[in-house]
Design a protein around this ligand. Structure first.
Ligand SMILES: [Zn+2]
Length: 446
């Protein structure tokens, strides 16, 4: 059961969100300075034209193929497949193999109006003109040509038009899209999201430094800069310190929030990011069973079973809580927004006024355009459960209202109904629900 908070949405709040979204939509991409390679883990991996499922597939690569990483945005990697072919892949479908010791070189443009090209040929499309003293990051050398980083993509410049002036030695740097990059640039438009509980904030950028504090999963930190493989960050309480970059996620602030249009969806489950929201937690116990057992206990059990099934199917799964902790309703929605979830699924168990007077499973949606396809795909599969299916319905829930991504809230049986509760507690039922959700999402992403 979930309480509906009929909080009025303030117009100015929406405007600020939209303004922030526009301000940050220019975006910054993390340029991986060291030439890093990844190996494809999936049988067939889609290469997309941009960092997300909304972008078209431009090519496919097979398991075992090595790709060179150019940059990273959210959880997507920009990779070079061949000399002229560049695209984006989901980082959770590839495996990091090596970070070579060599660094990318920086070159300075010699003359005004130096042309840059789409491919390593003067007959290919001109991408623009660079002015003297402008610096560029060299990604790749091929004959008389350098492949360079250009905005969110790459371009080619003649080697004799520039001269090498230095190297980038940090492994992850932010590079504003339109300005010159030389050394590490602090970005105020990025956040660091903590992925696991008990992540240490340390006083220095190494694992032997003293611990400033321990952070819980889903804590958001302000990114300051990168030092070696560590991010210097600031907590919401104003503490500064360092976290290891490989255990957290760097992301753009307010990325993809503020939109109510239906985002394009993944073409397959393995490429999707799914946020599972185990209802209640901590001081919020949720509804009670007849034997005074808590709803929050079973939403977390159910979430873990679903998460492991989805992960086995290759999806990138994020839980809004991993333990018995309190997470605000808006905080749950923001996990979905910040991670650009392809689907957000909130898990609950219903409760009726009088014990045992109601039974069944309900799928709630909030925004018909955005959510109803997801709701009906899941609901169709939930019909196979041994508990009566009450169908889909509109639900004014804050976790759905504050969400900018396709989202549903599932009431997976009445916890104060003896028969429903016997199912809710059983691992068989939990597994059946997980299968229904995997099947429902598979159908949804087709
Ligand atoms: Zn609930």
């Amino acid at each position: 059961m979930i309480k509906t908070y009929l909080k009025k949405l303030w117009r100015w709040r929406i405007l600020i969100v939209i303004a922030l979204a526009i301000m940050t939509s220019i975006g910054t991409t993390v340029a991986l300075a060291n030439s890093q390679q990844v190996v494809v883990q999936a049988n067939v991996l889609n290469i997309r034209k941009g960092p997300g499922l909304a972008y078209d597939v431009s090519a496919q690569v097979k398991q075992g193929q090595r790709l060179t990483v150019i940059s990273k945005r959210n959880e997507w990697l920009q990779v070079r497949i061949s000399n002229n072919q560049v695209g984006w892949v989901a980082s959770w479908l590839v495996k990091n193999t090596e970070v070579s010791a060599t660094s990318n070189q920086i070159a300075t443009v010699d003359n005004n109006n130096t042309p840059i090209y789409l491919t390593n040929s003067e007959t290919s499309t001109k991408m623009g003109l660079l002015q003297a003293t402008k610096t560029v990051t060299i990604l790749y050398t091929n004959g008389e040509w350098y492949q360079i980083k250009h905005n969110d993509s790459v371009a080619w410049v003649k080697r004799n038009a520039v001269h090498v002036t230095g190297t980038v030695d940090s492994s992850a740097q932010t590079e504003p899209t339109s300005t010159t990059q030389t050394t590490s640039v602090a970005s105020t438009t990025q956040n660091v999201l903590v992925k696991t509980n008990n992540t240490h904030l340390r006083s220095e950028p190494n694992s032997k430094a003293s611990i400033v504090t321990s952070l819980s999963a889903n804590t958001t930190l302000s990114y300051i800069k990168t030092v070696n493989q560590w991010y210097e960050v600031k907590t919401s309480g104003g503490q500064t310190g360092y976290v290891a970059s490989w255990i957290v996620t760097l992301q753009n602030k307010t990325a993809s929030s503020g939109t109510t249009t239906a985002p394009k969806v993944a073409s397959n489950l393995a490429e999707s990011t799914i946020v599972i929201d185990p209802g209640h937690g901590g001081t919020d116990s949720g509804a009670l069973s007849q034997g005074n057992k808590y709803e929050k206990t079973y939403t977390l059990q159910m979430a873990n079973v679903i998460a492991s099934r989805l992960r086995a199917a290759g999806a990138n799964v994020i839980l809004t809580r991993n333990g018995d902790s309190y997470v605000s309703l808006s905080g749950r929605a923001s996990v979905s927004n910040k991670n650009s979830a392809d689907a957000f699924i909130s898990l609950h168990f219903d409760s009726s006024e009088n014990e045992g007077s109601a039974s069944g499973v309900t799928t709630y949606y909030y925004n018909k355009n955005r959510d109803s396809k997801l709701a009906s795909s899941l609901n169709t599969q939930l019909s196979s459960l041994p508990i009566n299916n009450r169908g889909t319905d509109f639900g004014d829930f804050e976790v759905l209202r504050d969400n900018s991504r396709p989202s549903v809230l599932l009431e997976l049986g009445f916890i104060n109904n003896k028969n429903d509760f016997s199912y809710i507690q059983s691992t068989t039922y939990q597994t059946e629900v997980a299968s229904a959700i995997v099947n429902g999402l598979t159908a949804y992403f087709k």
